[in-house]
Ligand binder design. Structure first.
Ligand SMILES: Nc1ncnc2c1ncn2[C@@H]1O[C@H](COP(=O)(O)OP(=O)(O)OP(=O)(O)O)[C@@H](O)[C@H]1O
Ligand SMILES: [Mg+2]
Length: 248
């Protein structure tokens, strides 16, 4: 007789178990079970973020490597918005009618986007595996997760501008993806190096809204740099990105 896989099997601490149990059901436990069987997850160690859409945990795989595990909530409030980022993307045409399907496609989309970014040498977390609403990726940080740029600015703002322009050029010209939610909230400061996260909504350049999303990303970053005392207009930033077209 097979023994039911339980939350106790991958979360040792009671407090953390309670947090998990408040949000996730047996389907998520099953999804983790399959990832555990393949060695991608051994246990969840602590919680990094309890957001509106997802929980992010610091975890260990079977060999003891540190991992980040992002688990999307099924009852997320913005799942209607998610459709707009899925349906215009030729990679994910077929998405079922219910909430669960949308979230599963979204998780797969984030995994695929991370893969494409890694291939294009954009600095994002390396994706390792996904199953249903669970994504396993590189943990950015040491003991603690690296802070977001909003909380801990990278000091050399000129250098940061150069790095972001480079990353945007690699995204557009090599990965052929628009991040579509780029801001100081989705960039981590890992020892003064920017790491771009939260890539579920990124879309192919052929998406009907790609241009608008790109313009918004550029505007967000210009607003951030202005607050940091570096004045760049979106036109200037776009020109700087374009200049790298043949060299990234
Ligand atoms: N690979 C990672 N390594 C370390 N920390 C991470 C990683 N991915 C995410 N985090 C942490 O979790 C937080 C939320 O992650 P992310 O931005 O991907 O989710 P989100 O979709 O914005 O979630 P929500 O909208 O629900 O807050 C990040 O701000 C960061 O602190
Ligand atoms: Mg985020």
């Amino acid at each position: 007789m097979s023994v039911r896989f339980r939350v106790e099997d991958f979360i040792k601490e009671e407090k953390l178990r309670n947090i998990f149990n408040q949000v996730f059901d047996y389907f998520t436990i099953e999804a983790i079970h399959e990832l555990a069987n393949k060695g991608y997850i051994d246990y969840l160690e602590h919680i990094v973020s309890t957001g509106k859409e997802a929980h992010v945990y610091k975890a260990r795989d079977k060999s003891g490597n540190v991992r980040a595990v992002k688990i999307y909530k099924i009852e997320t409030s913005s799942f209607k918005n998610m459709r707009a980022y899925i349906e215009g993307d030729v990679r994910f045409k077929h998405v079922g009618p219910d909430r669960r399907d949308v979230i599963y496609v979204w998780t797969r989309k984030e995994y695929k986007n991370l893969e494409k970014f890694v291939e294009a040498d954009v600095r994002v977390p390396m994706p390792y595996a996904f199953n249903q609403n669970v994504l396993v990726m590189e943990f950015i940080g040491d003991e603690e997760a690296a802070p977001i740029l909003k909380e801990k600015p990278i000091e050399d703002v000129e250098e940061l501008y150069k790095r972001i322009v480079e990353e945007l050029a690699k995204m557009i010209y090599r990965a052929e993806l628009v991040h579509a939610d780029l801001s100081e909230y989705n960039i981590l400061n890992y020892n003064e190096e920017p790491v771009i996260i939260d890539c579920g909504q990124a879309v192919l350049l052929s998406h009907p809204m790609a241009k608008e999303f790109f313009e918004r990303d550029v505007r967000n970053m210009c607003n951030y740099f202005r607050k940091r005392g570096l004045e760049k207009t979106p036109e200037e930033m776009k020109a700087d990105i374009k200049e790298l077209k043949d060299s990234v």
